[in-house]
Every structure is written in structure tokens, then in C-alpha cells.
Design a protein around this ligand. Structure first.
Ligand SMILES: [Zn+2]
Length: 69
């Protein structure tokens, strides 16, 4: 099953651009996001987000499989 993923255009304090699944509460709190597309999981979404942001990282809450820092 595919889910919609977004990346935060604003970096966190550590420089990471968090990737979120569409229903994540933290996505709703982000003000400036880019729609990435539909992916099977956070790992695929983060890999795609790295085309835009070298320091893209999965959200701890909604993309735990892709969260590294
Ligand atoms: Zn999230």
C-alpha cells in the first residue's frame, strides 16, 4: 500500500529535513513542506527526499524505519 510523504523545507536544529507520512501530527505542525509523492515506506520516501536535501531523515514517529538522527 502506498502512502503520501512530505519533506519539511525547514531544517531542524541538527540540519536534518524531516520526512513525514501524510497523517503525522508533526507534518501538521510544519509550516513549509514539499510533497514528495507516494511510496511504500519511509525508506523509499527518504531516499527520494535526498535528491532535494542531502540531510533528509525519516521522522521518529511516522517513519521510524527510516529515522537515523
Ligand atoms: Zn512524522
Amino acid at each position: 500500500m502506498l502512502h503520501k510523504y512530505y519533506v519539511n523545507n525547514s531544517a531542524q536544529q541538527n540540519g536534518d529535513h524531516e520526512v513525514h507520512e501524510e497523517h503525522c501530527a508533526y507534518l501538521k505542525m510544519a509550516h513549509d513542506v514539499k510533497y514528495l509523492g507516494m511510496f511504500e515506506n519511509g525508506i523509499q520516501a527518504v531516499a527520494y527526499a535526498r535528491k532535494f536535501y542531502a540531510k533528509a531523515d525519516g521522522c521518529y514517529f511516522c517513519c521510524k524505519e527510516a529515522h537515523t538522527s
